[in-house]
Ligand binder design. Sequence first.
Ligand SMILES: *[C@@H]1O[C@H](CO)[C@@H](O)[C@H](O)[C@H]1NC(C)=O
Ligand SMILES: *[C@@H]1O[C@H](CO)[C@@H](O)[C@H](O)[C@H]1NC(C)=O
Ligand SMILES: *[C@@H]1O[C@H](CO)[C@@H](O)[C@H](O)[C@H]1NC(C)=O
Ligand SMILES: *[C@@H]1O[C@H](CO)[C@@H](O)[C@H](O)[C@H]1NC(C)=O
Ligand SMILES: *[C@@H]1O[C@H](CO)[C@@H](O)[C@H](O)[C@H]1NC(C)=O
Ligand SMILES: *[C@@H]1O[C@H](CO)[C@@H](O)[C@H](O)[C@H]1NC(C)=O
Ligand SMILES: *[C@@H]1O[C@H](CO)[C@@H](O)[C@H](O)[C@H]1NC(C)=O
Ligand SMILES: *[C@@H]1O[C@H](CO)[C@@H](O)[C@H](O)[C@H]1NC(C)=O
Length: 819
Amino acid sequence: MSSLAVVRNPLLILLTSFFLLAAAQQGLRNVSVGDFLNADDRNDTWKSPSGDFELGFRRAPDQQDRFLLAIWFANIPNKTIVWSANGDNPVEMGSRVELSSNGLVLAAPSGKELWWSNSTQDGTGGVSHAAMLDTGNFVITSRNSNNIWESFQNPTDTILPGQELGLDSILSSAISGTSYKKGRFQLRFTSEALVLNQIDAVTGKPFKFYLNITDGSRLIFNESGYILIQKSSGSFVPLAPENTVPKQDSYYRATLGFDGVFTLYSHSRTSYGDATWASWWYRPKDICSSFVSQDPPLGSGPCGYNSICQPVQDGRATCSCPRGFSVLDGKNPLFGCKPNYQSKPEDCNEEGSTIAEDRFVFNTMQFADWPFSDYELLEHVNETECTRTCLIDCNCAVAILQAPELNNGTGRCWKKKLPLSNGRFNQDQIDRKVFIKVLKSDESPVTPPNPNPGEKKQNQVVLILSVLLGTSAFFNISTLAAISLFLFCFYQRKLKDLNRIHRKGEIETNLRCFTYKELEDATKGFKEELGKGAFGTVYKGELSKNSVAVKKLEKFFQEGEKEFRTEVNVIGHTHHRNLVRLFGYCDEDENRLLVYELMQNGSLASFLFGVLRPSWKQRLQIASGIARGLTYLHEECSTQIIHCDIKPQNILLDDSFIAKISDFGMAKLLFNNKSHTLTGIRGTKGYVAPEWFRNTPVTVKVDVYSFGVLLLEIICCRRCVELEMEEAAILTEWAYDCYSGGNLGKLVENDEEARNDMGRVEMLVKVAMWCVQDEPSQRPKMRTVTMMLEGALLVPAPPSPFLYSFKRQDSSNTNSDFL
Ligand SMILES: *[C@@H]1O[C@H](CO)[C@@H](O)[C@H](O)[C@H]1NC(C)=O
Ligand SMILES: *[C@@H]1O[C@H](CO)[C@@H](O)[C@H](O)[C@H]1NC(C)=O
Ligand SMILES: *[C@@H]1O[C@H](CO)[C@@H](O)[C@H](O)[C@H]1NC(C)=O
Ligand SMILES: *[C@@H]1O[C@H](CO)[C@@H](O)[C@H](O)[C@H]1NC(C)=O
Ligand SMILES: *[C@@H]1O[C@H](CO)[C@@H](O)[C@H](O)[C@H]1NC(C)=O
Ligand SMILES: *[C@@H]1O[C@H](CO)[C@@H](O)[C@H](O)[C@H]1NC(C)=O
Ligand SMILES: *[C@@H]1O[C@H](CO)[C@@H](O)[C@H](O)[C@H]1NC(C)=O
Ligand SMILES: *[C@@H]1O[C@H](CO)[C@@H](O)[C@H](O)[C@H]1NC(C)=O
């Protein structure tokens, strides 16, 4: 008995280990002929040996009951798709992909074949096996050991390191962020160059390119993360990334986005929670103007017809409809806009004039332009004439008046007809005004979500007056006086408004303009104070059930007007996840107020220096959020913006602790990126860069300095100056001493989470030390900072930030004297 048991046991062990081994290799082994995967929620996949990539079925994001056969990054939270077989036709549940002796075959549950790999036959009777490789390439191998099909040879919208594009390969964008259907843009080689082009929706034929990226005939995305181009001479020239070195510990991909931007991304392999794909390099640099710079026009432009393209971040754009137009496809603003009303033949007489002109009014805008849609140009006309000629012309949809003020208010008037193409915001055109013809009943603005109650009241008054006009003669006479009075006041007010707009020149019209009364009601008479910012106090308010923060600027603040305009201008024109959003403003007599989205979690200062220590992960997220927001301000807005007052009091946190930069009252707009010498120190003690005290030009690098100080505060959860801490009083100096003395642990002494992540602490301190370099040119750009924070770039060892060691004693004194 006992001897039998002894014999049996090793067998058992052998058997179990065999099964375990088999189970472990299930995902990793080569795919043999006859192997298959089903489209269902068991999520079986064919994995690459390292587990970085897998091929399998995924529910299509926009059609949850259907499945995509795709390859994706398996080890990052979002499992980004890099290739798909059937983006145009997701399949139903129960479909199956099988490796047959001819290649991969995707079949419906009925057995109907829907897709197959076009494997070349090499005459040996077919497929031996297939494998998902660690590069992300799925390869089918023949019995002759030739690769007869590769996903790398049949790309969709993405290429990966190790992949090449030749003369006959094309990257096609997806149609939207949530669909893998083939979209409107292509990246391909023409006979002489690598270009980006749009395709015609019906024939699929390419338009002329909107960007000629470089001449060459082959693109190689090499294993180190560089994109190289092979020239006709045969030599290789690196295309991307520019001036930076890819870090080896990252994933890379280059994707042609659904918006037509070709972007090289990296993603840290060892990333913390919020890490996303960081954009390293992209073309075109500004998709909105890229189309416009082509002549003749190429299709509708990146945003479709009748829309307006506005650059946001990383070369991308947002698309919006002007007032009087609405989105053509409710889900996708990229497809353009349709007019809410279009002239019908019966609206026009034989001469092409509108019959009922009084049905139309004009909405005005600034900065918008549709450069290719004009059919008439009038010279030396004033505003009245320009709008009048458009009003009575059946063809005219928009008039744009360019009237330099010195010219007696007369100038050139372009008349434009539908469809309007290649629309974009262009802030260089300060002297132009856009008049959009809309139906009177349609005048209500589309962009702000809630209708303007003030406007409604006005219409009611007009209605009452016209009713009165319709009654007795007596009434008519007595009301006539009232009407004249009313019209006079109204006109006066309009005139004042006009003057004001003229004076400001640049106030964004998309923002809602509130009356003082509205905001007084919304805040219940400015009852609940949220805090004090520079130049004003912030109150909590409710506007049509939305919580808002209302900032009331000090009435008699000398520079109040300037700060107000700066703030409205700056944030009125920006749009970024890490910048606070402005809903509107009020500018009535002495009262200047700004209305923002309310940030539930208050300022970073109270969060960072409060009683409870925020989690390490949250702090890391906040730091990279601020860096992204600043990158946007510095590099991605059409007008470069220096914030000038980065500090924890000016960073707000929303309910999911996303950092939002606020308080642009001191910001400086640099039109055309000219470098400026600013006069008068801006900023707050402890955070201001040393060049403010020197006679040297001030650039975006002052924000980089302040960010460096802020980053140290985020790491250490202490203020930048704490006099009672004696030799550690000045945070930047203390941090450098700790860093150079190899004593980083002191910075995060009682912070368990950070102490368990010393590698990252060191990285962050190094980044901060680069940011607070005395010499501005030594400080990195915010884009580089963002990439370093997100693990996409290695951080070299920083030199001592203190250029003039005698300044070290000085600087704190200078600061306190000054501010
Ligand atoms: C998988 O296929 C490769 C050739 O592509 C071969 O070298 C390797 O030995 C195979 N692995 C297994 C586990 O069959
Ligand atoms: C398969 O993936 C889906 C979506 O991620 C998930 O909801 C489901 O629970 C997964 N199924 C299994 C068996 O893991
Ligand atoms: C490849 O296969 C698709 C069907 O999946 C077919 O439409 C296409 O014509 C084939 N292409 C070539 C070059 O054989
Ligand atoms: C693209 O630009 C290159 C120079 O950068 C030029 O040599 C080439 O001819 C251009 N290609 C086309 C199609 O215009
Ligand atoms: C990729 O290209 C870069 C730039 O030309 C080069 O330095 C690097 O060695 C290349 N890497 C590989 C793996 O070929
Ligand atoms: C993941 O994808 C969702 C939806 O596509 C997106 O909103 C989110 O920002 C992504 N998150 C990361 C970490 O990439
Ligand atoms: C515009 O010009 C017309 C005719 O030249 C004139 O009657 C009108 O008063 C002008 N309007 C303004 C606002 O100057
Ligand atoms: C502006 O108008 C005045 C008279 O109204 C005239 O003398 C002057 O020449 C005009 N200037 C221009 C630039 O048209």
